[in-house]
Design a protein around this ligand. Sequence first.
Ligand code: KIV
Ligand code: ZN
Length: 514
Amino acid sequence: MSKNYVKIFDTTLRDGEQAPGCGMTTEEKLKVAYSLEKLGVDIIEAGFPISSEGDFQSVKLVAEEIKDCEVAGLCRANLNDIDRGWEAVKHAQRPRIHTFIATSEIHLKYKLRKSQDEVLDIIEKAVKHAVNYTENVEFSCEDATRTEIGFLCKAVELAVKCGATTINIPDTVGYTVPDEFHDIISTLLSRVKNLHKTTLSVHCHNDLGLAVANSIAAMNAGARQVECTINGLGERAGNASLEEIVMALKVRNDKNPFNTGINTEHIFPTSKIVSQVTGVKVQPNKAIVGANAFAHEAGIHQDGVLKERITYEIMNPKDVGIPSNKIILGKHSGRHAFRKRIEEYGYFLSDKNFETAFKKFKDLCDLKKYVFDEDIEALISEEFIRSSDFYKLVSANFASGTNMQPVATLTIAIDGIEKTVSEHGDGPVDAAYKAISRATGEYPKLLDYNVGSITGGTDAQGAVTVRIEQDGVISQGQGANTDIVVASAKAYINALNKLRWRKEHPRKASSSGV
Ligand code: KIV
Ligand code: ZN
């Protein structure tokens, strides 16, 4: 590994998943993990195993299935967490235990209610315990950037002495600025004995919009691992965005002479999969992967780009995997064109799934003259990306009009057993939601209901997103159909599936405290 190689530690499945409503099922995590493996990340942090049985199973499955990346599990600095974490990751080709404790005075005083000496004692016990399982141990000082530098050096030095091979310096609350973070990293490297023998890592949050800039400043000071997420997903304002860091290094290698193992052409497909799985749409003006990132609206720009692309484009959209020639598919498109298009979007389906998708595509062509990429994405996502284990919409019929009370009759398969229910409502969507609730026995609070159109035209598919909440658990769902009432029913059922999964795998711990 060259001295300028920076390891990419992806925490979409752990810190990313902590964003409200972004909980993923085991099946969904594995789909994202396969995409991350293809993307070429060095380490996948697959979850926080002690937090719930579901997270434990997800980390275990990712560890068993992923061959080309290290797989890490997060553990607080206590023996139980570490034992459970090791159980989850131990079958990985290269398992990693990631243990952490807060070191800032604010966290010690108000959260942990412990003295510095007590924290040092905890670090020693935890790191030594983890090292008994594997030499691949990462230690993080939570809230490092608000930690008094003398104590930060002491905590890090102890972790190194006890055998941690990666030391991570998180900007937990997104508080630092590039110059200051550069100084913190330089100071640590100059003061802490043997730190240069470990991999020094950083983990930046984006509360001030500085996560990527801070991560790059840290690399320039000597950090050789960055922790980041796809689409910058994560708690509050999110984590440093993987795609922005990687492309900043690639495009401005003259200023940031670092290299990574990322296959940049798989950035866009991975971004799509994460967005589909979590239901969190990428903002249109998001760098690298937003819908407008390479769109040129102003006439003067369009003219420039047509004459010579580099007048207004600093990178080639093809380099991040954005499909170049958008062929619109239709009734006469064959299997070959359809397969090519879905593969460009990063979906590799088994032959059986491909045939199902192709049939659905043909059905859609009967309803719509032109099928756009966005329609195909919605179709694939609904069928193969999101989980739909418990409840499935079998059929839906609605009647409504100016002179009648709307009624909906739905048949829903519940764990494979079909149930038909009719309900009246204020409108057809209200009637459908009442019928679904009665059939499933689930009555969550509807927090948000949004309907949009996937493409233009009166034959466009309606895309519905809902957010629901029950007993403090929030989930999101999406559905698409040329009939917006059907799309609404699908979105509600998708959200209920996730809600049920979450309730069956409740979180017992949060990633703070010991
Ligand atoms: O932000 C943070 O401090 C974390 C640690 C657990 C690494 O996510
Ligand atoms: Zn974090």
